[in-house]
Ligand binder design. Sequence first.
Ligand SMILES: NC(=O)c1ccc[n+]([C@@H]2O[C@H](COP(=O)([O-])OP(=O)(O)OC[C@H]3O[C@@H](n4cnc5c(N)ncnc54)[C@H](OP(=O)(O)O)[C@@H]3O)[C@@H](O)[C@H]2O)c1
Length: 242
Amino acid sequence: MYFILVNNFDLNKNIVITGASRGIGLATVKHLLSTGHRVFGLSRSEMDPELRSFSSKQPGELHWHTTDTELTNVSKAIARVLPDNEQLDGLIHNAGLLINKPFSETSEDDWLMQFEVNVFMVFRWTRGLESLMGNGSHIVHISSMGGVQGSSKFPGLSLYSAAKGAVSIFTESLSTEWVERGIAVNALALGAVQTEMLDEAFPGLQAPVEPKVMGAYIADFCLKGHRLFNGKILQVAMQNPA
Ligand SMILES: NC(=O)c1ccc[n+]([C@@H]2O[C@H](COP(=O)([O-])OP(=O)(O)OC[C@H]3O[C@@H](n4cnc5c(N)ncnc54)[C@H](OP(=O)(O)O)[C@@H]3O)[C@@H](O)[C@H]2O)c1
């Protein structure tokens, strides 16, 4: 007689992802939906009809919230959808802004905007959703090779790289604070991926990785990476420079 062991450890997970509307975030959402998870997408914009149609044909479930909604209301809305005794399994901080400008030409507004999106939004959403996380939850920060100490750096990207560097150190720090609660915190420092952001930073550059491939990796890492890593900044890059 044969026994088939089904490991449903990684099925039907509840994952929040910011910057869900395009690029790497959208690709991650699609991968999670196609593999049967409940995804809470956060975006400045309404859900794209193409994504709505895609999602209706997948085994997973998509809930969409715009980021202009009061954070506490989003948190309550997510809590209402979570089945009894379930929590958020993953929170992927993917939303990011890239200001590409020589430092001497930047204004204080640029500094604030860069840190608002890439750093303060991370703090805010983590605090806002903290009550929905617990033992076994995994927070994943989408950082950049530019935010890694000693990596190649590029003119014009000092604000962006500094903000990603702040997220990297925040990853290490928060992981030690929340270890008792069983919440893992890791960062993925991505190399070049072919998205609108890359086009803005490096016009004409052909990246070795498509969003679909990176989205699948991020989704998988969010679901499983906390069993092996905590407080780590993992470099996910094909080349050096990225
Ligand atoms: N592409 C690369 O080569 C690369 C390399 C290293 C790291 N990364 C990181 O990967 C993440 C995704 O980047 P991507 O390449 O997919 O970029 P993208 O195509 O430009 O998408 C960026 C996402 O961030 C959100 N966003 C942008 N500006 C925002 C703002 N002012 N306020 C709130 N949200 C904002 C957008 O979400 P909504 O419009 O839905 O709000 C959008 O979905 C970013 O954190 C980026 O820094 C990318």
